[in-house]
Design a protein. Structure first.
Ligand SMILES: [Zn+2]
Length: 136
């Protein structure tokens, strides 16, 4: 027997965003950044980058295939004047030019050592030949 509990959907009031000026940049202090330092929000079950939402609010939707690039190189920055639209390729080129590409894509070191079994089995089997003494 299962008891049905009517759980009214609790609508949580979204946290207001708090931004703090850090140098020329704006850091979001009210929301936890992801592992890459970008702050994301959940909208209709999807994660959106906050600086992207802010930018789109002002400038309209970002064209498909385009990304937002930080001129300041701070991925956590929400200062709209630091953001510009570019392609992913631009972004990669930009990051290489700025030396942002870390040594994360180094080649596979490959197998290091083979687990050789040192001893070569030298167990020769000596077959004893039965000498047949012929009597004759
Ligand atoms: Zn910035």
């Amino acid at each position: 027997m299962t008891k049905r509990v009517n759980r009214p959907h609790i609508k949580r009031q979204p946290n207001p965003f708090v931004f703090v000026k850090e140098g020329d940049c704006l850091r979001c202090t009210s929301h936890r950044p992801n592992s890459k330092g970008r702050v994301q929000v959940n909208r209709k079950g999807k994660l959106f980058l906050v600086y992207r939402l802010l930018w789109e609010e002002q400038n309209g939707p970002i064209p498909a295939g385009k990304v937002l690039m930080h001129s300041c190189d701070n991925v956590w920055c929400h200062e709209l004047s630091h953001l510009s639209v570019g392609t992913q390729l631009d972004n990669v080129r930009d990051s290489i030019a700025k030396g942002r590409q870390g040594p994360s894509h180094q080649g596979n070191p490959g197998p290091k050592h083979w687990n050789w079994k040192g001893g070569i089995s030298q167990g020769y089997q000596i077959k004893m030949r039965k000498l047949r003494v012929s009597q004759g």
